[in-house]
Design a protein around this ligand. Structure first.
Ligand code: ATP
Ligand code: MG
Length: 295
């Protein structure tokens, strides 16, 4: 099976949103032609311009003409009803869609000004700069130590065992897990609780010092206590990293994010400071969603 990934550097006009015509329900207005709010920032870490993604070799449009910036050292939350394209967009940011057969990505995505879809872009290098934490914790079937050591080893980031030990302790400390696992680093990661496993996955991701961390509903498999721990952690991590987080929890978006993007049926309807999106939304679709009338 092959993947067709088509990226062009051409920035086309912001198109119509044909999907909005299919919404049918009279109480919803159409998605705007341009994203409402303030989708861009000064000195962005990543930029997405006219990003459209389709599946099934173009037969199924998932997201259309997404334009936004990802700011440095801040959390961008992506919210919206199921199927609106949040995960699809997130996966574009470190080329995870490359491995989805029939998935086509168009538009331009830059990381620090470099086109991540350029021919010369090494995928392994990109993934070390843009890490990913998934919905369900997915530790490798290895020891706690080896899970965190994996990245620094394959990327050749350390010269000796002492250095590696240092990176592992530092990463586990930053992920708020060190005190719980220091005495059992050689034990299987799968023996940890769900919340601990998710923090281990975060430790694994930060061990290679990425610039951006993508999180796709990182707390949806966790209980409220484990969720609270991860949310506190995200607050600390943003001092060093840019974070893009998909969440179905509006209260979580309010608690942890600096900016919020509202997606609707493949369109980016609105993006603004989290305060503005929740207290002063510009678009009716955003208002309906955050007030629980849709989705
Ligand atoms: N591998 C795939 N093949 C075909 N269609 C897909 C694939 N992955 C996603 N889609 C479709 O793309 C659209 C967007 O899906 P996506 O998973 O990005 O939505 P989402 O906003 O993350 O939803 P959820 O909140 O349920 O996770 C949906 O219509 C979905 O069915
Ligand atoms: Mg999703």
């Amino acid at each position: 099976m092959t993947t067709t990934t088509v990226m062009t550097n051409e920035v086309t006009h912001i198109g119509e949103f044909p999907q909005s015509k299919k919404m049918g329900a009279a109480e919803h207005t159409a998605a705007p032609k341009e994203t409402c709010g303030v989708p861009f920032v000064d000195a962005p870490r990543m930029t997405a311009r006219n990003v459209s993604v389709s599946y099934e070799a173009g037969a199924k449009s998932a997201i259309r003409n997404i334009n936004l910036d990802i700011g440095e050292k801040q959390v961008l939350a992506m919210i919206g009803p199921s199927g609106c394209g949040k995960s699809t967009f997130l996966r574009c940011l470190n080329r995870m869609n490359d491995t989805v057969p029939g998935c086509e990505v168009k538009g331009e995505i830059l990381l620090d000004g470099h086109n991540i879809y350029a021919k010369e872009q090494e995928i392994v290098e990109l993934r070390s700069q843009v890490g990913m934490v998934f919905q369900r914790p997915n530790p490798f079937p290895k020891s706690i130590y080896d899970n965190v050591a994996y990245g620094p080893r394959i990327h050749g980031l350390v010269d000796n065992k002492d250095e590696l030990d240092g990176v592992i302790e530092e990463s586990l400390r930053r992920a708020g897990l060190w005190d719980e696992v220091a005495s059992r680093l050689d034990q299987p990661a799968t023996g940890l609780s769900g919340g601990q496993q998710q923090r281990l996955c975060i430790a694994r991701s930060i061990a290679i010092a990425p610039e951006v961390i993508l999180m796709d509903e990182p707390c949806s498999a966790l209980d409220p206590i484990a969720t609270g721990i991860i949310e506190d952690l995200i607050e600390e991590l943003k001092e060093n990293f840019s974070i893009v987080m998909v969440t179905h929890s509006m209260s979580q978006a309010k608690r942890v994010s600096d900016r919020t993007a509202y997606f609707h049926l493949g369109d980016l309807v609105e993006l603004n400071t989290t305060e503005n999106v929740f207290n002063n939304p510009e678009h009716k679709l955003t208002r309906d969603y955050i007030s629980g009338r849709f989705g």
